[in-house]
Design a protein around this ligand. Sequence first.
Ligand SMILES: [Zn+2]
Length: 218
Amino acid sequence: MVKELSEEEEIKRNITRVMATLYQRGLVSAIGGNVSARFPGKEEFWITPSGIFKGNLRSEDLVKVDLDGNVLEGSVKPSIEWPVHATIYKLRSDVNAVIHAHNPITTGLAMGGIPPKMITIEAVVFLRKVPVINFALPGTDKLAEEVAKAVKETTVKALVLQNHGVIGLGRNLVEAESIVEIMEEVSWMTLACLIAGRKELPLISEENIKLAKKIYGF
Ligand SMILES: [Zn+2]
């Protein structure tokens, strides 16, 4: 029982750390973005709250909900994006952490028709294919439905939400965090490359992708 409690506290501490990092890195605004995580196999998850400053959340600001959005623990409202998180956990037993951020460069480039491209080995290994989801209002079932269509494909780990932001899916929070950060890293590199005058991005070759698959086993 004591072990269970400390693991629960660790998940909550990690969520608040990730949220603060996203805020410090300029990937979410003061009340934007949301982060959730669950124990593998559980049909409930911890998620950040709605309408509270995200740069300095405490464990007690988090809410535990089930996959239908019923609040199981916590005294504040869960993020309005809980349906997106619940949808992903319902469809993907391999996913135990979901991060939604507002990566400005990734989102801006996607609006310009350039989603994250496979220009680094990290992009190849962590991002793979990045679907761009048609715009739907935040917090609506429509947005959750659009996300569901994309994440049914089990290789999908990263999404861009048109005119809105990004979603990273991970086996744990660090993996989801890496995915969100790599999307922005790749997007900055892409922007720099285009500003430098390249018309075509130099992608990692198919041959090197095959080799990377062998070496890193993904
Ligand atoms: Zn958002």
